[in-house]
Design a binder for this molecule. Structure first.
Ligand code: MN
Length: 243
């Protein structure tokens, strides 16, 4: 084992609703991502949202791997659709930031892991599309917005044979949490589906050749207690250490 790898976690912006400065913007990432990285061998580093492409390129140069965090609905303009009435709040500046992070991470051969919206961004980056709401999916009968207890696994995921995810987890079935109302529709070029819920909803994707993996669920919220989910971060951090 060499040095611990530095994992860049994509940041978002939250806006104060009250307090001393209502409307004040703060850059943040959820603490669970930071814990999931540093408890599993990596050095977490937050990548704040910026709009300068040269700065984004430097952000990527300074890390060994990229973790794309969750958040807003992806703006459908990035997969050539009009917004449906069921679309939630979007944040197009962040979509652009995430896509530039992905672009430079791929260019510089740094491993990428995406969670929830992060997985969706990977799919969109590679030319895939999203269902703007689960109600648009035929046969979607499972509760994918569990609405409570972030660390609680509530539904099953079937893992696709022969995928990196199967190798990482060492199983073809696992229990996951679920906090999403969007889902992958067309899968981007070079990507494969690596897990599905029992109603067919895509729960994980990965790249055929590069180390680019995405989960629709939130393993970082489960990894403190769940050995399966811990394995994903251990595998990602180890991969980032190879470069
Ligand atoms: Mn789900």
């Amino acid at each position: 084992m060499g040095k611990k790898p530095v994992i860049g976690i994509s940041g978002s912006i939250m806006i104060d609703q009250g307090g001393m400065f209502p409307g004040y913007k703060r850059a943040y990432v959820n603490d669970d991502y930071i814990l999931a990285i540093h408890k599993n061998g990596g050095i977490p580093m937050m990548l704040p949202l910026v709009d300068d492409e040269e700065v984004i390129k430097e952000q990527i140069k300074n890390i060994d791997g990229l973790l794309l965090s969750g958040g807003h609905d992806v703006d459908p303009m990035f997969y050539d659709e009009e917004p449906s009435q069921k679309l939630g709040e979007t944040f197009p500046e962040r979509d652009i930031f995430d896509m530039k992070l992905i672009k430079y991470a791929l260019e510089m051969k740094k491993p990428i892991m995406g969670v929830c919206r992060g997985m969706q961004m990977i799919n969109v980056y590679f030319g895939g599309s999203l269902y703007q709401d689960l109600s648009f999916i035929d046969g979607c009968t499972i509760k994918h917005v569990q609405g409570h207890t972030p660390s609680l696994a509530t539904h099953t995921a079937n893992i696709t044979e022969g995928t990196k995810l199967e190798t990482i987890l060492g199983t073809n079935k696992t229990l996951i949490n679920s906090f999403h109302h969007l889902a992958a529709k067309e899968i981007g070029k070079g990507l494969v589906v690596s897990a599905r819920a029992l109603d067919g909803v895509v729960e994980a994707i990965e790249h055929e050749s590069e180390f680019v993996i995405g989960t629709q669920w939130h393993p970082e919220m489960m990894a403190q207690k769940d050995e399966m989910m811990k394995k994903i971060f251990v595998a990602f951090v180890n991969e980032c250490n190879k470069k």
